[in-house]
Ligand binder design. Structure first.
Ligand SMILES: [Zn+2]
Length: 238
């Protein structure tokens, strides 16, 4: 049993559908459809929609989203996604390669620990506004975690268009066999002038799979709890 936000399913599915369609049309002046731009657009919409939580397995949650009463909601989602797509495309992240390929050659053959994309949000603890122009770092065993490809950055620079949302996609790691379970220790850190350095530790337990997962799936996402930067002296624990 888990708590699940149905709005996320609707938005992520709709973003992929819309971006896939743009790719298929293949117009010359089409917006970028890379993973990062898809994710930025999904975050744009999700930050403007109310979450709808259900306690259920994912399959059950999905069935519920098909009902007619949610059609209007979906229409709103689609228009929000188009709005986000335009905004994100105008303020495209610098320094990314914005590659559109969904598949790329693996660095190694054989069993692999495939990491989920890791998403979180960072707020100013004084006014609960999203934080901008701050670098967020993902560390694995205390060292900077290597990202899957150049579309993904570490550190991640928070920009206003994504309202405090950051994302990472760690590179797969070779495994000895298929079905091997291992727990990886990560931490997210951020520092901004006038605030205490934030450090959030978390673990990800992964079962090795027979190949590296290099095609993007937004359903394979780990969401971290919201994080807050506080001025020095507080005893808030993150
Ligand atoms: Zn892009």
């Amino acid at each position: 049993m888990e708590i699940h936000n149905v709005t996320e399913d609707i938005v992520l599915d709709a973003v992929n559908e819309i971006f896939d369609e743009i790719e298929r049309e293949g117009k010359k002046d089409r917006p970028c459809t890379c993973f990062q731009c898809r994710l930025d657009t999904a975050c744009y919409a999700l930050n403007r929609l109310a979450p709808r939580y259900v306690v259920s397995s994912r399959g059950v949650a999905r069935a519920e989203t098909d009902s007619i009463e949610h059609q209007q909601e979906e229409a709103d989602v689609v228009s929000l996604i188009h709005e986000g797509l335009q905004k994100i495309n105008k303020s495209k992240r610098p320094h990314f390669e914005h590659q559109s390929e969904r598949e790329r050659p693996a660095d190694f053959q054989g069993p692999a620990f495939n990491f989920p994309t890791i998403i979180g949000r960072l707020f100013n603890g004084n006014n609960f506004e999203p934080v901008n122009d701050v670098d967020v770092f993902l560390l694995a065993d205390g060292k900077s975690a290597e990202m899957l490809d150049p579309n993904w950055q570490n550190p991640y620079r928070l920009v206003p268009a994504t309202a405090g949302t950051f994302s990472f996609w760690p590179k797969p790691i070779p495994a000895e066999t298929v079905g091997e379970e291992r727990t990886f220790e990560f931490s997210v850190s951020a520092a901004a002038p006038g605030f205490e350095e934030l450090r959030h530790f978390f673990e990800v337990t992964i079962k090795s799979e027979h190949v590296t997962a290099l095609s993007f799936s937004m359903q394979r996402t780990l969401k971290l709890p919201d994080m807050y930067l506080f001025p020095p002296g507080g005893d808030e624990d993150q």
